[in-house]
Structures are given as structure tokens and as C-alpha cells.
Write a protein that binds this ligand. Structure first.
Ligand SMILES: NC(=O)CC[C@H](N)C(=O)O
Length: 376
């Protein structure tokens, strides 16, 4: 069956349908990873987007039980040069075609993904319509223009209920704006007691969980679409050590008075070079973002830039100059991508331990200790 993808600028691609049949619209973005399509498909940060893989053969090692980054894919459409309907890998349980069908996601293959990528790079990110219906380009354009971009992605991808992944060590409250499983996995591996809370949890509700640190997750959409989330971070700043990842980094920046803007076509892939300004060392990072923290907006805030992107010099990391809080624009949890940056989770835990040591005892603690001493 035929499928068509029409971009806002009128570029039409005609290819073959795979996955579900139907029609969808969304921002068309590209990811340059050679492998890792299962993690990309299931990364909630892509919620509502039509994702193109620049690597030409996708699906060859299938879909397995273990590599999902969330319980279901949130993308609106998937675009590839060629997809493999008969995967071959000992972990493969089914094909990408079956996965997309199961979740009603429309795929298109056999189009020139190099041309599509160059178009996006040239024009900047555009919206597109993807359909299996036999419609003329004019009709498709009308339909595309009749839709408006959604802004509720974070409430769609966040957990509705609090849940925990118990551990013996530090209690981390992870605010879930559409968190990848990789973040929970990294914290759990380090023995943390992780409590994942919905995106609209209030500062008081978080305080009642007695966290040792707060982790701000990645997530979809424009950080300015979730102003309430910024307010909560503002309230908790200074009270608890904070570590923000991707959307969490952008929200942390907004909470500290900086500003964000949209990039021309974003960074999505597994080999983005990032420089640590304190050492000059370059790290290879996994990225997936369309927005960035505005460089000029840092001035006058209490933020310091810690990392920059070596390709376009945009901000990749921030830290607070007074409080124990830092953030990165990239994905230290990888999935997919290099594991080179998982040390940031260790830094977060070291920051928590240091904060605890320097923490003056609360009056209540002091009273309890005094009572215990008296009893002895
Ligand atoms: N991975 C993320 O958290 C992405 C953050 C944000 N949605 C952006 O596109 O910039």
C-alpha cells in the first residue's frame, strides 16, 4: 500500500506504508543514530512527532522485550528508507511493523530520507502530514493546515500515579515529565530509592516524601508549555539537590530566570560532541531535543554554563552558583547512545551526600537526639 508524507513547504514524498494505516500530523524530525530505533520509538520526548531515521536500514534486529524506554511509543509517525519485516537477532520478539501496528502508528518506507533530512536542515523543523489515504497534495495541505500543534504532551506522557522503585540508599524523587526508563535504571543501579511522581505534583507533596535529591526528567514539547512545573522547581531550589536532564534542564533554567528558544532543526542522535568547560574534555553524547537555553539569557541569573555543544556552541550544561543544582541538555542515561556520561549520576549522588553533611540539623532532629541521649 502507498503512503504519502507532505511537508509544510509543499515537499511531497510518496513511499510504501508499513505499520498502521490512517492519517497523522506532527513535527517532522530526524535522528542520526545507526542503531537504537527501539529506544527512539519509545522515548516519550518524541511524543507527537513524526520521526525519521537517517540510517537507511531500520528494523533488522527487530523489537525485543527489554529495550523499551517507556511502556508504549508516543510518536505519531515513523519514516525510514527501508524497514526489515523479517528481523534476525536472538533477542528479537517481533518486527517493527508489528510494533507500529499494535500501537496504531503510521510508518512510511522507501522514500529518500537523505532528501527529507536535507530539506529539514535547510528549512528548519517543519510540520508534516503522513497518510495512507489516496489524497491529492492540495487536499493533504488543507488537512495539514487545518490542524494545530498540540501542547499537552507532558500531561500525556507523565505517569498519572506515583510509584516507586525501592532501594536502600538515597531517596530520589523523580519528577516525570515523560521520563525514559533509563533514568530510573541508572538511579536504581546505584541503590537509590526512587519515587516517580506525576508532572503536576506540588512542592509540598514532594517535601512530604522526604527526598534526598530531586531528579527532573526529560520530556516532550516546549518547556514553556508547562509553567507550573517551573514554579515547583523554583520552590524546591536550594532546599534539595537537583539534577535536570533535557526537558528537566530547560525547566531548571527557566526556574532560575533564564530563557529558552527553539533550535532550527534540533539535535537528535548518538554522537553529539559536548565540551566540559571546566576541563576542556570533549564527551560524545546522546541527544534528542528541539529547544535550547538561550545563551544571552544566562546573564544576570545565578547560573553558570558548564558544557557547550562543539558543533553549534549551544548550551549543554548548567549549574547553580549558590545551590546544589545542575543540569544537562543531553542524555547521560544514553538509551540509545554512548554510556560515557553516566558518571553524572555519580556526581549527583556525591552532591547529595555533601549537601547532607553540611545540612544543619532541624530543630525536630535536635530535639529527638536530645531526648534519646536523656533516655540513655
Ligand atoms: N529529550 C527531551 O527531554 C527533549 C526536551 C524538549 N522537549 C526539546 O525538544 O527540546
Amino acid at each position: 500500500m502507498q503512503a504519502k508524507l507532505l511537508l509544510e513547504d509543499g515537499t511531497l514524498f510518496t513511499g510504501r506504508s508499513f505499520g498502521a494505516e490512517g492519517e497523522t500530523t506532527g513535527e517532522v524530525v530526524f535522528n542520526t543514530g545507526i542503531t537504537g530505533y527501539q529506544e527512539v520509538l519509545s522515548d516519550p520526548s518524541y511524543c507527537g512527532q513524526i520521526v525519521t531515521m537517517t540510517y537507511p536500514l531500520i528494523g533488522n534486529y527487530g523489537i525485543n522485550r527489554d529495550d523499551f524506554e517507556s511502556v508504549r511509543p508516543y510518536i505519531n509517525g515513523f519514516v525510514v528508507r527501508r524497514h526489515e519485516p523479517a528481523p534476525s537477532n536472538w533477542r528479537a520478539q517481533y518486527s517493527i511493523d508489528e510494533l507500529l501496528r499494535e500501537h496504531g502508528i503510521i510508518g512510511i518506507s522507501d522514500i529518500d530520507t537523505r532528501m527529507l533530512t536535507r530539506r529539514i536542515r535547510h528549512q528548519g523543523t517543519m510540520r508534516g502530514i503522513l497518510t495512507t489515504a489516496a489524497l491529492a497534495p492540495e487536499e493533504l495541505m488543507e488537512r495539514l493546515q487545518a490542524t494545530t500543534p498540540t501542547v499537552d504532551q507532558v500531561s500525556r506522557t507523565s505517569t498519572q500515579h506515583m510509584y516507586s522503585s525501592p532501594g536502600e540508599k538515597e531517596r530520589i524523587v523523580l519528577i516525570d515529565y515523560g521520563a525514559k526508563s533509563g533514568i530510573v535504571r541508572e538511579l536504581t543501579q546505584r541503590g537509590c530509592d526512587v519515587v516517580v511522581v506525576p508532572q503536576d505534583t506540588t512542592a509540598d507533596e514532594i517535601r512530604r516524601l522526604h527526598p534526598d535529591g530531586i531528579q527532573l526528567s526529560n520530556g516532550p514539547g516546549d518547556p514553556k508549555d508547562v509553567p507550573a512545573a517551573t514554579k515547583v522547581i523554583e520552590e524546591l531550589l536550594g532546599e534539595y539537590p537537583i539534577f535536570g536532564i533535557c526537558l528537566g534542564h530547560q525547566l531548571f533554567a527557566l526556574a532560575c530566570g533564564a530563557d529558552t528558544e527553539k533550535l532550527k532543526f534540533g539535535h537528535r542522535g548518538g554522537n553529539h560532541p559536548v565540551k566540559d568547560l571546566s576541563t576542556g574534555r570533549c564527551y560524545i553524547t546522546s541527544q534528542n531535543h528541539g529547544y535550547t537555553v538561550k545563551e544571552q539569557s544566562i546573564q544576570g541569573t545565578e547560573l553558570e554554563v558548564t558544557h557547550i555543544n562543539n558543533n553549534d556552541k549551544t548550551i549543554e550544561g548548567l549549574k547553580h552558583s549558590k545551590y546544589p543544582a545542575f543540569s544537562v541538555q543531553y542524555h547521560p542515561e544514553a538509551a540509545p547512545g554512548p554510556f560515557d556520561n553516566s558518571y553524572l549520576f555519580d556526581q549527583f549522588l556525591a552532591m547529595i551526600r555533601e549537601h547532607k553533611q553540611n545540612q544543619p540539623q532541624t530543630t525536630r532532629q535536635a530535639e529527638m537526639f536530645a531526648a534519646l541521649k536523656g533516655a540513655r
